[in-house]
Design a protein around this ligand. Structure first.
Ligand SMILES: [Mg+2]
Length: 288
């Protein structure tokens, strides 16, 4: 794990679950078939099923197995700068078919979250189709919000957008609502690229603003996913590639988890990463 990753993910754990017990014991290395004993599957997207537009080997076959066995399936994704419609059609092009109710993105939680936070105007850093979440939450994206608040969900802000965000976040009581807490994501070639959680941390270091998060590992997305499975809430497993979001979030939510190696966590580093963060999956998968 890169030092920045460890620092930021530890901070998430401290905020989301200060009393979480440190993991003990070693996870089991298993084949995907072993997990078919579970009834419900929460699946991470990027780094687990696909990277950008390419599906990892074996994913389509494993998905077909889940469908054939009538399992409950939910895509639990921190991808927040694309609307659910957009995510559904992007997945379809890759051969992954999910019903709309099976896609739970951190962006789609903004409406629920805003009932508490009460944002009206923000400066928005994210993709155009993610604007849908702001509209649903009755939040207006403006150049100069009346309260200094930025919503961050995209991974490619321009320098001009970053400068504007820094100007807003340098005001008193400024805050960023981060709709995708992921720090790094694996590119199709396998190298790690810094994403939204990394950008948020950079903005905080420059401005000392407050950070608010929505998405894995924070509990709201898991609560909504588990609620959507009622009455089948026993025997749920989260499968993901990121220790600090997918696996930490599952541990906080009290459900089992499996970590896919070779994407965000390297085979030779998984033990030291688990030790570093103090969270462990129940299972290790070497792919699908
Ligand atoms: Mg991932």
């Amino acid at each position: 794990m890169l030092p920045t990753e460890a620092t930021i993910y530890k901070q998430y754990l401290k905020t989301a679950a200060p009393n979480l017990q440190k993991a003990k014991g070693d996870p089991w290395k298993v084949e995907f078939d072993t997990l078919l004993k579970y009834g419900s599957f929460l699946l991470d997207g990027w780094g687990t099923l696909y990277s950008e537009t390419s599906v990892y080997p074996g994913v389509l076959e494993s998905m077909a197995q889940l469908r054939k066995a009538n399992k409950n399936v939910r895509l639990l994704t921190n991808a927040a700068s694309r609307s659910i419609d957009q995510i559904q059609s992007d997945l379809h092009l890759m051969g992954l078919d999910f019903d709309k109710h099976e896609i739970i993105s951190s962006g789609s939680l903004l409406k629920v979250l805003n009932e508490e936070v009460g944002l009206k105007e923000v400066y928005y850093l994210g993709g155009p189709s993610g604007m849908q979440f702001l509209e649903d939450a009755k939040i207006e994206a403006v150049q100069n919000p009346s309260e200094p608040t930025v919503i961050l969900s995209g991974i490619n802000p321009t320098q001009e957008e970053m400068d504007k965000a820094i100007e807003i976040l340098s005001e008193k009581d400024a805050r960023i609502l981060v709709l995708n807490p992921d720090v790094y994501a694996p590119s199709p070639s396998g190298e790690k690229i810094p994403v939204t959680g990394y950008i948020a941390n950079m903005l905080k270091e420059k401005t000392n603003c407050q950070l608010l998060f929505c998405g894995k590992p924070f509990s709201l997305i898991f609560q909504i996913a588990l609620r959507s499975l009622i009455p089948s809430t026993e025997s749920v497993i989260m499968i993901g590639d990121t220790l600090g979001t997918d696996i930490a979030g599952a541990s906080i939510a009290g459900i089992d988890s499996a970590l896919v190696l070779g994407r965000n966590v390297r085979e030779e580093e998984f033990r030291s990463d688990i030790y570093e963060l103090g969270v462990s999956p129940n299972y290790i998968l070497n792919g699908f």
